[in-house]
Design a protein around this ligand. Structure first.
Ligand code: TXA
Ligand code: MG
Length: 318
């Protein structure tokens, strides 16, 4: 364990973060979705350090973060539909899984040996500054220990990973609050690999076509979106979903007309609820009591929220 520096989002401190990245060290960077644990995607030792810091299963590939589409095109191969989505939603909370460009120089641990790569251009101005100061691309999974609740503040990162990375840039709460939506292509059809910060309906409207669900890959060595382990985002205590009220000692997280100790959005606004979700789970977790969560409608951003809640409530791997 060594000391983790807490940086402010000023140019000089962002440059310090970029220098750490250039030296193969890890920096937690604020993005509009969640905080990411960034390391130089072309440095195999830095990428290995990300897996070590998170305690993450090594078959799980990482998202490459680029400052713009032009840089992204140097890493992945974009056909017309992929480029159209990139142009419509980047910078923003969308990740595209495209064929890896030969010679891109990305450490093979980033893609976990797949011939595709997940790429995202974040919109957060501090992530943009960091990427441009660094002048490269970073692999950045959410900055939490593997299987635990994702971080939407520098304090969450410090609590989970403090001492295991060089620095955290504190830019306040992540405005979107859930991870990016991941889209890939299977048999030429667009597939929703992970619901996230951009509603699937918004992407379907842009594509003029519905998104497929990932194919169950029977006997495949890894799931289609390998990070989608059932138990994920897990608080320590048991989680009960669709609760209209608390029973016993439960910590109730409310939504809409169900008022809780924390309410994700009293006005039933799904964007407000997504932004509040992980902080609510962190606070409920800190109470060390069982957790109950009010029902959240399953459309728009509610699909990403319910996806995370189901994983938080899933039986644990141990
Ligand atoms: O919002 C986000 O996407 C955040 C912030 C930090 O940018 N990042 C994030 O990264 O959530 P991570 O590593 O926690 O999520 C990576 C997801 C996993 O579900 C992984 O399986 C999937 O991306 N993925 C990565 N490469 C893939 C590939 N080649 N094919 C299919 N899925 C892939
Ligand atoms: Mg994660």
């Amino acid at each position: 364990m060594s000391r983790t520096r807490l940086l402010s989002p000023e140019q000089e401190q962002i440059c310090y973060g970029a220098m750490m990245l250039a030296r193969g060290r890890l920096v937690a960077m604020p993005t509009e979705t969640v905080y990411g644990l960034a390391g130089d995607a072309r440095n195999p030792a830095a990428v290995a350090a990300i897996f070590a810091a998170k305690g993450r299963p090594s078959f799980n590939p990482l998202i490459v973060h680029a400052p713009d589409l032009a840089t992204a095109e140097g890493i992945g191969i974009f056909d017309a539909p992929a480029r159209a989505l990139a142009q419509a939603f980047w910078p923003g909370a969308l990740t595209l899984v495209v064929p890896l460009r030969p010679g891109a120089g990305i450490a093979s641990l980033v893609t976990a040996g797949l011939d595709t790569v997940a790429i995202r251009v974040p919109a957060h101005p501090v992530a943009q500054d960091l990427l441009r100061s660094f002048g490269g691309v970073v692999a950045a999974p959410s900055a939490n220990p593997s299987g635990r609740i994702s971080p939407t503040s520098a304090a969450h990162v410090m609590a989970g990973l403090g001492g295991r990375l060089a620095a955290v840039i504190d830019a306040g709460p992540s405005p979107v609050g859930v991870e990016s939506t991941i889209i890939g292509w299977q048999n030429g059809r667009p597939v929703l690999l992970r619901p996230g910060g951009i509603p699937a309906e918004t992407i379907e409207a842009r594509l003029g076509q519905t998104l497929d669900r990932p194919e169950a890959q029977a006997g495949a060595p890894r799931p289609a979106a390998p990070g989608m382990l059932a138990s994920h985002y897990a608080p320590r205590a048991p989680v009960r979903l669709n609760a209209e009220s608390a029973t016993g000692d439960e910590f109730l997280i409310g939504f809409g007309t169900v008022a809780g100790e924390i309410t994700l959005s009293a006005s039933a606004d799904l964007a407000e609820a997504a932004a509040a979700l992980f902080d609510a789970l962190h606070r409920a977790d800190a109470s060390a009591r069982p957790i109950a969560i009010a029902p959240v409608p399953d459309h728009g951003l509610g699909r990403a929220i319910n996806d995370r809640l189901r994983r938080a409530a899933a039986p644990r791997d141990g």
